[in-house]
Design a protein around this ligand. Structure first.
Ligand code: FES
Length: 174
């Protein structure tokens, strides 16, 4: 019962939505924040809370790539494979990662540090190839940058090459 210790959060989320089922995505996010992935028991609990069937919850979880269906490593590497990033070499970077970390998409390194996923456009098409690692974006990637990112993450848990989710031009930010 993962929501037993999260009663306050669940109540606050449910109070925001006049239609119960609208709370589905926030509750899935809460479950994943708690466990690192959305487990089957969590899906059943959410279905019960929202008067949905477990398959209705499952189909939503499997629609969005940001939800994990099984435990993942400390760092979730999500490489964009959509057209703009593919044109500037995302496939080569996936191959390089496979070679360096010995994992393909959907796999986790044996030390549980990195899980690799390939995902659709992350909205940073002008700065490809790019990837999201947990909540951070890394843009204009090269093999050298990837090497530094992985070394830094292993050592410090963070890397100064990370950027925000979008790079707005100065003038647009004002
Ligand atoms: S195509 Fe890669 S971020 Fe949009």
């Amino acid at each position: 019962m993962i929501f037993e210790q999260l009663q306050n959060e669940v109540t606050a989320i449910l109070a925001r939505y006049p239609v119960k089922r609208s709370a589905l995505l926030p509750l899935l996010n809460l479950a994943q924040a708690r466990e690192g992935y959305v487990s089957e028991p969590a899906m059943r609990e959410i279905a019960k809370l929202l008067d949905l069937t477990p398959p209705q919850v499952f189909e939503t979880v499997t629609f969005y790539t940001m939800f994990n269906l099984k435990p993942i490593g400390t760092f979730h590497l999500q490489i964009c494979k959509s057209l703009m990033c593919a044109l500037v070499g995302s496939d080569d970077l996936v191959a390089w990662i496979k070679n360096q970390l010995d994992i393909g998409p959907g796999q986790t390194t044996s030390d549980n540090m990195f899980t690799l996923s390939v995902v659709e456009c992350l909205g940073s098409c002008g700065t490809g190839p790019m990837m999201q690692v947990n909540d951070d974006y890394y843009e204009q990637l090269t093999e050298e940058k990837l090497k530094r990112i992985f070394d830094d993450l292993r050592r410090d848990g963070t890397c100064s090459l990370k950027s925000g989710p979008f790079m707005y031009p100065e003038s647009a930010a004002k």
